[in-house]
Every structure is written in C-alpha cells, then in structure tokens.
Design a protein around this ligand. Sequence first.
Ligand code: COA
Length: 392
Amino acid sequence: MRDAYIVQSVRTPGCKQKRGQFNQTRPEELASFIMKEAVERTPNLKPEDLDDVMLGCAFPEAEQGLNLGRIANQMAGFPEKVSGAVVNRFCASGLEAIALASARVQMGWSEVCMGAGCESMTFVPMGGNVPRPHPEYSKTNPENYISMGVTAENVANRYNVSREDQDKFAADSQAKAAAAKEADNFPEIVPTPAYYYVEQADGTYKKESKIVKYDDGIRPSTPEQLGKLRTVFAAAGSVTAGNASQTTDGAAATIIASKEKCDELGLTPIGRLVTYATVGCKSDEMGVGPKYAIPAALKTAGLTIDDIDIWEINEAFASQALHCIRELDLEKYMDRINIKGGAIALGHPLGCTGAKLTATMFANLKQVDGKYGVVSMCIGGGMGAAAIFERF
Ligand SMILES: CC(C)(COP(=O)(O)OP(=O)(O)OC[C@H]1O[C@@H](n2cnc3c(N)ncnc32)[C@H](O)[C@@H]1OP(=O)(O)O)[C@@H](O)C(=O)NCCC(=O)NCCS
C-alpha cells in the first residue's frame, strides 16, 4: 500500500440548530465554503490537483440531498473533473469519509482526495423529514428505531452512570470550551460566513452575510445549575439538555495526498490515518460503541492507551462518553480527553462530527506536541467507530 498523508484539516464553527447563527445558511454553502478554504489554506495545492471528494452526511436528503459531495465541490469552484460522493455511517460519516479518502490514495485510486463532512440539522432534522421505518421489521425490532436519548438513558441505568456524574462531566466540557474560546484557541476553525435575509422596503429580501468565528453553543454551567434541568427522554431518567450533545450545523474538511504527490507539488504532510475500526453493538445502548471500537483500532495499530496523546471521544451524551472512558480505563488520562470540550459544549453536527473532530484532534495534538490521536464516537443503530491518527 502507498503512503497517504494528511495535508490539511479544518472546520467551520458549529452553531446551534434553528436558534444558531447558521440557521439560514444552507448546507451546500457550509460544505462548499470549507472545501474551498481547505484547498486555499494548503500551500502549493490547487483545486485541479484534487481527484475526488468523499463527504459524510447522516441525513442526505432535501437540502442535503442530490449528492452534496459533488454539488458542494462544484459550488466551491472546483473543476468539473473533481468527482464527489456522499457517505453515510450516521455519526461516524465524516470519519468514514476521511478513511475512504485515505484508502483511495493508499490503493492508488486517487492522488489527492478530500474527506469532508456536513450536517445542517436546521435544514434536515435528525431522523429526516419523512422517516419510513419498515412496517413489519420495526414492530419486531423497535430497538433499532428508538430515540438516541432513550439509548443514553439505557446506558446510564445499565452501567450505573449517575446524574451527578453526568452533570459534572458536562460542566467540565463547558468549562474547557469556554476557556479555549476565551484564549482564542480554536486554530482549526475557519471564520465562516453566515447568511441571512433582510426584508427591503419593496418587500423583496436581500441576502447578507456576517462572519462567525466561534461555536455558538458554549454555555459555562456549574454541576448545580445543570442538576436543576429537567430530564428529556424519561420522566425518572437522568439525561437532560445540559448533559446531552447539542444539535448543530457545521462542516469540516481534511485533504489527503499520496507521498508522491506531496513530493511533486511540495505539500507539507501534517500526519496520517494509522487505522480505522468500526464495531457493531446492541442498538438500544448504541452509546457503548467506542468501548469496542477503540480497543479494536489500538490492536490493529499495535498501540496501547498509554501511547495516545489526544483523545476526541464524541460526547453524544455524558452517560455514554463517561461509561466508555471508565470501561477503557481512561479516567487516569482525563487531561488528554476532549481538552477543549466536546459535543456537549461545542455541538454534534451528526455527519460532520468525524471530520470536525479530526480537525480538532490535529490542532490539539499540535498544541501538546503529541504524536498519536484518537477520534471515536458511538453511532445510531448500534455501532462504534475509532480512528487513530499520527502527527508528524
Ligand atoms: C436534549 C435535546 C432534546 C435538547 O434540545 P433543546 O430542548 O432544543 O435544548 P435547549 O438548548 O433549548 O435547552 C433546553 C433548556 O435547557 C437549558 N439548558 C441547556 N443547556 C444548559 C446549560 N448548559 N446550562 C443551563 N441551562 C441549560 C436551556 O436554557 C433550555 O431552557 P429553557 O427552555 O428555559 O430556555 C437536544 O439537544 C438533543 O436531542 N440532543 C441529543 C442529540 C442526539 O441525539 N444526537 C445524536 C447522538 S447519537
């Protein structure tokens, strides 16, 4: 297999669904913007050097339909010859896109390939606009269709993750994110235009824009404040809006090039994907996925948890993230996990998240001068995904 090197990894801010700053910015605009910026910010790379774009999206329909991977790359101004596809593995879609882009380069099928992700949960809600579960199968297997919040309650109940522990975890996530924002320390974010429509005197609307620099859901809160929030998915449960991930709009892009192309064009590699694992688990406790996927990835890479300098473990819910951290014996490394907060504070734009966390992980690895980073998440339907990256 050939060497496939990562030469760029960036993201837009993540903004709250419906009430956030991207609530009038279409997914094609978010995706095409970050694709274009990823290329422009890579010295010596031109759009015509790209072969293909793999774009993760968890609900690729309506405004996100019609092959967003191709539409967005054309809107970005890439030449006609740049092909594009949409990849769906729900919350791991963006990571899957990066893995596929890397594999294409390793196989010699592409020289330069982009792995990206985009989700506008404002334009296309979780579950899609017209969910149509299979009529008979959904009756015999309802657990494959239940709310993600209910699966988070199941994890909390089955594995004894208390409300207090979830709220403490959530407060820590918010505090880390707020500190990073205060220090202007999200170098992987590209300030991104948010569009909105202003009514004119003649009744028409004018499209205007403003630049968004930060994730807009950061809300520092004490465990005591969070402890007062009502539960959302079960009356006597423990999962609340404060200890669950936020529903979010955002996009991210990573560029992968062959060693040969890096040498030819003078591209500077920043790292590589070492390995990628996906593992299935019970769908009614899908949040446990990372506790299976992370050991699988470590085993293939011949590494242990002690070798990992930065962990980006998606905080779909505090209950599942904390359970996986405990099961993996990672509590001793809390200072390496989600060091600038996670999805509880920064948002979880489903199909974008894997690509977003990859950009964050590389920025965080650079900050700590680390070598290996892990991006992992649970996945609806009962799966976990984990990727190990090496920084050069
Ligand atoms: C949990 C969830 C339903 C909450 O959505 P929401 O109701 O729109 O959330 P909001 O931001 O409006 O918060 C609800 C309330 O909690 C409060 N709240 C939220 N976070 C808070 C915080 N950190 N501190 C204090 N209060 C907070 C809000 O102020 C709001 O109160 P209000 O109604 O008095 O204004 C939604 O975020 C969700 O579905 N998350 C999980 C997404 C998911 O399943 N992803 C896939 C994972 S696999």
